[in-house]
Design a binder for this molecule. Structure first.
Ligand code: TYD
Length: 222
């Protein structure tokens, strides 16, 4: 599908796991070293993706069927791949994505019980063989993580501060966590579980150790 030259890294984890903070720290560090970094966020990232995101996260859409949810996630992802990810990889950039297909495996495949095979079938249809080179999956005590996400949502001033997916039960989020563990067992080379406890600086050191070996030589500054 793509003639790839860049590096594709994704961040995964349950709500409140600290992945967005860690992703931003990594992006800053890479840019500071002189790399061209392109960010992606799912669902969303593109004009079309952001409209899909609104439908997906609206708390009023309680009746959304799991398959609808899955296909909308992949519709947003296919658009992000075409508009953002593939062109950036072709240019040789480092793409850092806040969530990617592993989120669909964990949330729709495991937590919504659609199964990994169904999710992977949707992936093949929408994205062919596009997978990250490395996936950082942050793990944190689930009750602690959800309490943190809840505090963050209460501080947010957006129209939808607690999304439809944030409102799922503790049991749902435990299945998400279990889904991530299964993915890392199936693909230990690509998916690295990183302990998210501790100060952000300590967590970012653990992440950097995983990423460093994959980085291409730092480009010469102009
Ligand atoms: P968001 O507000 O971006 O949350 P977070 O900061 O946790 O990423 O909302 C995205 C929500 O969508 C989040 O609850 C995870 C969920 N999601 C899925 O269920 N499947 C997916 O494929 C993706 C990308 C996200």
């Amino acid at each position: 599908m793509t003639e790839r030259r860049g590096l594709f890294i994704s961040f995964e984890g349950t709500e409140g796991s600290g992945k967005t903070t860690q992703m931003l720290l990594l992006v800053d560090r890479l840019r500071g070293l002189g790399y061209t970094v392109v960010e992606n966020q799912e669902p969303g990232a593109t004009r079309i993706g952001n409209q899909i995101r609104r439908i997906l996260l609206d708390p009023a859409h309680e009746e959304m069927a799991p398959m609808t949810e899955l296909l909308l996630m992949f519709a947003s992802r296919a658009q992000a791949a075409a508009e953002i990810i593939q062109p950036a990889l072709r240019r040789g950039a480092i793409v850092v994505s806040d969530r990617f297909t592993d989120s669909s495996l964990a949330y729709q495949g495991a937590a919504r019980h659609l199964g990994f095979e169904t999710v992977l079938e949707a992936h093949r249809l929408a994205l062919d063989s596009l997978f990250p080179d490395l996936t950082i999956c942050l793990t944190l005590d689930i009750e602690f993580a959800l309490a943190r996400a809840h505090r963050r949502n209460q501080r947010a001033c957006s129209d939808i501060s607690e999304t439809r997916l944030d409102r799922q039960s503790l049991e749902f989020h435990r299945r998400v966590e279990e889904g991530y563990r299964r993915i890392s067992t199936l693909e230990p080379e690509r998916v690295r579980l990183i302990d998210g406890h501790g100060q952000p600086g300590d967590v970012s050191k653990r992440i950097w150790e995983q990423i460093c070996p994959l980085l291409p030589p730092v480009p010469l500054r102009q």
